[in-house]
Design a binder for this molecule. Structure first.
Ligand code: KG4
Ligand code: ZN
Length: 342
């Protein structure tokens, strides 16, 4: 089965064609089922975050180009696509609507089955597939989520989460305060690596049970930036070390409690090498396998939507919707999604 996945929840407009074979074993060649994966990322102005209307304008402008490029790279004619899936939420309304409209138009014009996909479930499912994991304790860290999850009885259950802003928002807001354009997580990582002294500013460290909090850390880091005598390299170093120590402590608590011998990290922030290094050490001390989503697929992409859509459809053919019902849900919680295929 050939599936086209369309992603447009926030800054990324992406398309992917995958070849889904239900009988293929999980140990099969890692990402050979992804025939193509194409995306374009909206860049905010320096010092600014995502403006939903501008981002949706970006998505509308690049949609046709990205879709055609994706089909060409996969060497697939749209007429031969068996299924179309799109990210229906959670995310920014104007951005989500572009993906829904593109998918709805294609599905009705070419008469193809259409399946809505929860974006966060997409991160989890593709991460599991690409790392050959079975049932890992999973950390989803992105602009939209900071959650520790375990799969149980057909649902992803939230073991712990942020009480305020996400790790991605923390990085993006610090970056914007420094004058960079969102998303800025990779910029913060780059600057942190340039710290010569590795000076650690004392910063708020908040963890409550299995939940974490980053808003106090954000305020303190903003004050450090205002004091021009501080090196931005040391500020970024201190931010990363403190925020990641909080997350790692939450992960260690969950590993100790669940006794899970498999750990997986997914989402845009999982691209950060220092975070992986710290989590890997925690996993070693708990005798758990550390798995990280391959770098190329950490951030938002169409493959996570195509892969998840294929699983939904192949487990239940009645899951497809009529094009006119291709709606979006900006606040679609991932723990509300019933998952019959796992
Ligand atoms: O998964 P994603 O592409 O979109 C959402 O679902 O939100 O994640 C985007 C987030 C942004 O906040 C971005 O700053 C962050 O991932 N990010 C990073 C790195 N690369 C991207 N954060 C820390 N270190 C990185 N290298
Ligand atoms: Zn995402």
């Amino acid at each position: 089965m050939l599936c086209l996945g369309i992603e447009s929840t926030a800054h990324t407009f992406g398309c992917s064609v995958i070849e889904y074979n239900k009988d293929s074993s999980y140990s099969e060649l890692k990402d050979s089922f992804i025939l193509s994966e194409t995306r374009d990322i909206y860049q905010a102005s320096a010092g600014w975050g995502i403006h939903p209307r501008d981002a949706s304008k970006h998505h509308s402008q690049v949609a046709a180009y990205i879709l055609n490029k994706c089909l060409q790279e996969a060497r697939v004619d749209i007429k031969n696509i068996d299924l179309i899936s799109y990210s229906a939420g959670p995310g920014l309304g104007p951005c989500l609507r572009v993906g829904a409209v593109v998918s709805r138009s294609l599905a009705s014009f070419y008469n193809k089955p259409l399946v809505p996909v929860n974006h966060a479930v997409g991160h989890l499912e593709l991460g599991i597939k690409l790392t050959n994991s079975d049932n890992p304790l999973t950390l989803l860290v992105s602009g939209g989520h900071t959650m520790l999850l375990v799969f149980h009885r057909n649902r992803w259950r939230i073991f712990g989460e942020t009480l305020d802003i996400t790790l991605g928002q923390l990085f993006d807001q610090v970056g914007r305060k420094m004058g960079f354009a969102s998303p800025c997580g990779n910029k913060i990582e780059e600057l942190s690596n340039l710290s010569k002294t590795n000076y650690l500013h004392p910063l708020p460290y908040i963890i409550k049970g299995n939940d974490v909090s980053f808003s106090g850390l954000l305020s303190s880091v903003k004050s450090l930036i205002d004091d021009k005598s501080n090196s931005i390299y040391d500020i970024c170093f201190s931010l990363q070390e403190t925020a990641f120590a909080i997350i790692v402590e939450a992960v260690e608590r969950a590993l100790a409690f669940t006794g899970n011998k498999e750990f997986l990290i997914v989402g845009g922030v999982s691209a950060n090498k220092r975070l992986s290094e710290m989590l890997n050490l925690a996993c070693i001390s708990h005798g758990s396998d550390f798995n990280s989503c391959p770098l190329r697929y950490c951030g938002d992409n169409g493959a996570q939507i195509a892969w998840t859509g294929s699983q939904i459809y192949s487990s239940d053919k009645s899951s497809c919707i009529m094009p006119e019902n291709a709606t979006i849900n900006q606040s679609w919680r991932l723990d509300s999604v019933h998952i019959p295929w796992r």
